[in-house]
Design a protein around this ligand. Structure first.
Ligand SMILES: [Zn+2]
Length: 130
């Protein structure tokens, strides 16, 4: 079933809200890292134990940052698809993606069936291969 104009409107709003929220988070992260530059944090002490903690924190920050950036990119792509009219089409099987799924995850590019298959076939390293 095609999405109604009201549903499209609601999804667009969710995408824009989520983008704004992410942008605020990313800006906050950037400001925090300016206030506590990694260099001075690690340089303030010669204790190598503290240095490795600072390293770890910097790595964690980085991981969080790239997750947020990836989500932001997904949302931006979703917004463009929304404008292009192919927003709710599964990238793999071209079936329509349900409204409820898009509401929960506006950046979704696949229907539930294809997403489940994708996650099975693209499991992380260490997953058993048959
Ligand atoms: Zn599909």
């Amino acid at each position: 079933m095609a999405l109604t104009p009201q549903q499209l409107q609601e999804l667009r709003k969710r995408i824009l809200d989520r983008r704004r929220q992410l942008a605020v988070e990313l800006r906050g992260d950037a400001e925090r890292s300016r206030e506590e530059p990694y260099g001075t944090l690690a340089g303030a002490t010669h204790d190598s134990g503290d240095e490795s903690v600072a390293d770890l924190l910097a790595d964690l920050d980085q991981a969080e940052l790239s997750r947020d950036l990836a989500e932001l990119r997904d949302l931006e792509a979703a917004r463009l698809r929304l404008d292009g009219g192919s927003f709710n089409v599964c990238a793999d099987c071209r079936a329509e993606i349900g409204y409820e799924r898009l509401r929960a995850n506006p950046g979704a590019t696949r229907c539930v069936t294809c997403q489940t298959r994708y996650e099975k076939t693209h499991a992380g390293p260490g997953a058993p291969r048959l």
